[in-house]
Design a protein around this ligand. Structure first.
Ligand code: CXF
Ligand code: ZN
Length: 364
């Protein structure tokens, strides 16, 4: 099968012929339908956090079950699924207390470099990314890394739910627990931020302030449900938000993941407000907060892939889409072939697109 392989940081991906080993015990072979290009792929491509290479990146995808290992009971060939990097064991303390996104049981969530699922005849080992590796025509995954979905759900829209939409929706609904009447600010309107804006509207938030430097993204954020927009180019972001809310927001979501945006998120909070850090920080990056700001009961917390319970959350998101209550259509900026993946990354670097989807059925 064809896969896009990253050999070294900051180099183009190369299309190579690789293979999968046979599915064992709880493993499933998927025919990849669509895979989104996410900023996390770029983050690892740029080695902002080191990862063993060569590696097949990609972690936001939908597919169709092709074969199952002998112990698999959850799916059968032909089932439509969405993948999730939050593969869970189902038996550890985090899983059994309802927080499966925090499961790091290494028997199931294989640490970087530990998987032998991808085989490469040409030269030694090729690593699996986040237990998925979606930039390949087929995936070999644990059955607890997928969720079955209704067959009338379009697989292109479904793939987005695998990362960006789950992350933004989950940050709003699961982590921050935003509800009616809340004033919300969302910093950075990429795929995750836009999903957070849209989910805040679904959750009944009263004010939804979208913050981004790109005017086109702010215009799109309004379509997704933003009631107000703020461009950092027009002046200090915190001052702008404080003024328009008369004292700050109940929830600020940093969907970028940087010192500046995280600190801004905290500084724009009203009394008792909560900042939720959603975006992926560069390894080792620190933030500074003013201690006395905590006196008024301001809070700050992390959110890992939307604190997901993806087997429940993803079908719910899909229902909201099918009912016309959540927008997934407007996320898709372009569909490309696997061979065009480097163009997809270039478009993402240029800040031009919300999501490029690799269409594995596109004629080559
Ligand atoms: C990822 C970021 C890296 C840790 C796992 C979740 N989110 C989306 O791409
Ligand atoms: Zn992602």
């Amino acid at each position: 099968m064809k896969a896009a392989v990253l050999f070294e940081p900051n180099s183009p991906l190369q299309i190579e012929e690789i293979s999968l080993r046979k599915p064992e015990a709880h493993e499933v072979v998927l025919r990849t339908a669509f895979a989104g290009i996410c900023h996390t792929d770029l983050h690892y491509m740029e080695a902002q956090t080191p990862y063993p290479m060569p590696v097949v990146l990609g972690h936001e995808s939908s597919g169709i079950v092709e074969a199952v290992g002998p112990e698999v009971r959850y799916v059968k060939p032909g089932d439509h699924v969405v993948t999730c990097l939050s593969v869970f064991c189902g038996t550890c303390e985090y899983c059994t207390t309802g927080r499966p996104a925090l499961c790091f049981n290494p028997d199931v969530k294989l640490p970087p470099g530990a998987s032998d699922r991808l085989k490469w005849d040409k030269s030694g080992q090729v690593h699996t990314f986040m237990n998925l590796s979606s930039f390949a025509e087929r995936m070999l995954v644990h059955e607890n890394a997928i969720v079955k979905i209704r067959k009338d759900m379009p697989l292109d829209r479904a793939s987005l739910v695998g990362c960006a939409v789950m992350t933004g929706y989950g940050a709003v609904v699961n982590t921050a627990k935003i509800g009616p009447g809340d004033k919300v600010a969302v910093i950075a309107c990429g795929g995750v931020g836009m999903a957070a804006v849209n989910s805040a509207r679904v959750a009944g938030a009263e004010r939804i302030i979208a913050i981004d430097t790109v005017p086109d993204k702010l215009a799109l954020a309004r379509e997704f449900g933003a009631t107000d927009v703020v461009n950092p180019g027009d002046g200090d972001v915190v001052e702008q938000v404080m003024e328009m809310t008369d004292g700050g927001v109940d929830h600020a979501l940093d969907c970028l993941g940087s010192k500046g945006t995280a600190e801004d998120a905290f500084r724009m909070l009203a009394f008792d407000g909560t900042a939720t850090l959603v975006g992926l920080f560069r390894q080792g990056e620190t933030i500074e907060l003013t201690g006395s700001d905590f006196l008024r009961e301001r809070k700050i917390q992390g959110s890992l892939l939307g604190s997901n319970r993806f087997r429940v959350d993803m079908p719910r998101i899909i229902e909201l889409y099918m009912q016309g209550r959540m927008d997934l259509d407007a996320f898709i900026s372009q569909k490309i072939r696997l061979e065009e993946i480097n163009d997809g990354f270039a478009a993402m670097r240029g800040g031009k697109v919300l999501r490029s989807l690799i269409d594995f059925d596109a004629a080559s």
